[in-house]
Design a protein around this ligand. Structure first.
Ligand SMILES: NC(=O)c1ccc[n+]([C@@H]2O[C@H](COP(=O)([O-])OP(=O)(O)OC[C@H]3O[C@@H](n4cnc5c(N)ncnc54)[C@H](OP(=O)(O)O)[C@@H]3O)[C@@H](O)[C@H]2O)c1
Length: 355
């Protein structure tokens, strides 16, 4: 007997990858339900190589009997419907920013803090971090375990798929417009994205950070360690899929390059590709569709005491969103839910003891 799983936002960039990931990893689901807005009701979406699912409207959908729902319909929609699903007994794994900093909602990266899932019963919701935070903390965790990290300086190079389906279309259309000399239309981005880079993701905050930069700092602290200082500069680049990050880390004590490389190499979910030669590093175009976080260009940062620099690349739609959500669902099923989608008895005792 398997689980009943709903994918909310199934017609979107992340939802599409969630459906593929569930199928590829052979998630033990008896039934998968695709949900999106009223606009998409009746449309069909692919599930795996051979199956298609009819899309239902979220607004009128009754979650009773759904064990797990993977949400990515945007923060405002999750704000309304994730608690509604949780109230019906569904465990929600939410990809939006809505619940990430809620102290009663665990913010989980499967390889980094899987133990935090145990807190899910407070609200019935588990949050996935922002895609740029996700790949950063996977790369930082084995280093932090080796020598406490004091400070991180990160500049991101984020693909347009991080802003969804319509943003990918905008890059495509603007690129074509440049070639055929048509006027450039801007809808998703505030400046031209084709043949350009934009140091502005999400809204501006009072202190001058953008909200994306703020998210990277606060989410890293919630997941990894409240004492780590993070300063981010988040930049949108004309790449369709895959985020890259130039990361400078300051440790509390010296870490040799070779130690860092070994710690990263043996950490689950990380692949180190670091040859100091032509092609000896990873770029986004090479890793679209893959689930690992790739680390290259590991080297000493001699400008601070105990500094290290590295280049971190991952597919924002896969490990940055869908893969991590499905990994959390797998952990839930392995440890916290029984085959009928109910909280496993032994775990219920553990959870009570923890909370
Ligand atoms: N893209 C990434 O790399 C990434 C990574 C991590 C987290 N996220 C987060 O995931 C969420 C979705 O991102 P995305 O890139 O997949 O966006 P997207 O491509 O624009 O897709 C949005 C999805 O939400 C659905 N939706 C919109 N309004 C809805 C409503 N009122 N009721 C039900 N469904 C509704 C859309 O359905 P229709 O087709 O019917 O409009 C579509 O399926 C965002 O909150 C984003 O911040 C994205």
């Amino acid at each position: 007997m398997g689980y009943k799983v709903a994918v909310v936002g199934a017609t979107g960039a992340v939802g599409h990858e969630m459906l593929s990931t569930l199928a590829e990893r052979e998630f033990p689901a008896d039934e998968v339900v695709a949900l999106a807005s009223e606009r998409s009701a009746g449309r069909e979406v692919s599930f795996g190589e051979d199956d298609v699912l009819k899309v239902h409207a979220l607004e009128s959908y009754d979650f009773k009997g759904v064990d797990i729902a993977l949400f990515s319909p945007g923060a405002k929609v999750s704000a309304v419907h994730a608690p509604r699903a949780a109230k019906a007994g569904t465990v929600v794994i939410d990809n939006t920013s809505q619940f990430r900093m809620d102290p009663d909602v665990p913010l989980v990266v499967a390889e980094v803090n899987p133990q935090a899932i145990a807190q899910y019963k407070k609200r019935g919701i588990i949050a996935n971090p922002n895609c740029s935070t996700m790949q950063l903390v996977v790369a930082l965790k084995p280093l932090h375990d080796r020598a406490r990290i004091k400070r991180v300086v990160v500049a991101t190079y984020q693909s347009v798929s991080g802003a969804g389906r319509d943003a990918m279309d905008e890059l495509f259309n603007q690129t074509r417009s440049v070639y055929v000399n048509d006027p450039i239309k801007k809808e998703q981005f505030t400046k031209q994205i084709a043949f350009n880079v934009i140091p502005h993701i999400d809204v501006f905050m009072e202190d001058g950070d953008t909200k994306e930069e703020w998210k990277m700092a606060v989410e890293t602290r919630k997941i990894l360690d409240p004492d780590i200082a993070v300063i981010a500069t988040c930049v949108r680049v004309p790449v369709f899929i895959g985020h890259a990050e130039a990361v400078n880390v300051e440790f509390s004590r010296p870490v040799a390059e070779e130690d860092a490389r070994r710690a990263l190499r043996t950490f689950p979910g990380v692949s180190v590709v670091d040859h100091r030669a032509d092609e000896g590093y990873v770029t986004p175009a090479e890793i679209a569709g893959e689930d690992l976080v790739y680390v290259s260009r590991i080297r000493k940062d001699p400008t601070v005491a105990n500094g290290l620099a590295m280049w971190v690349v991952a597919d924002n739609l896969r490990k940055g969103a869908a893969t991590n959500a499905v990994q959390i669902a797998e952990l839930l099923c392995g440890k916290y839910l029984d085959r009928r989608g109910r909280a496993a008895t032994t775990q219920r005792r553990t959870v009570t003891a923890v909370s």
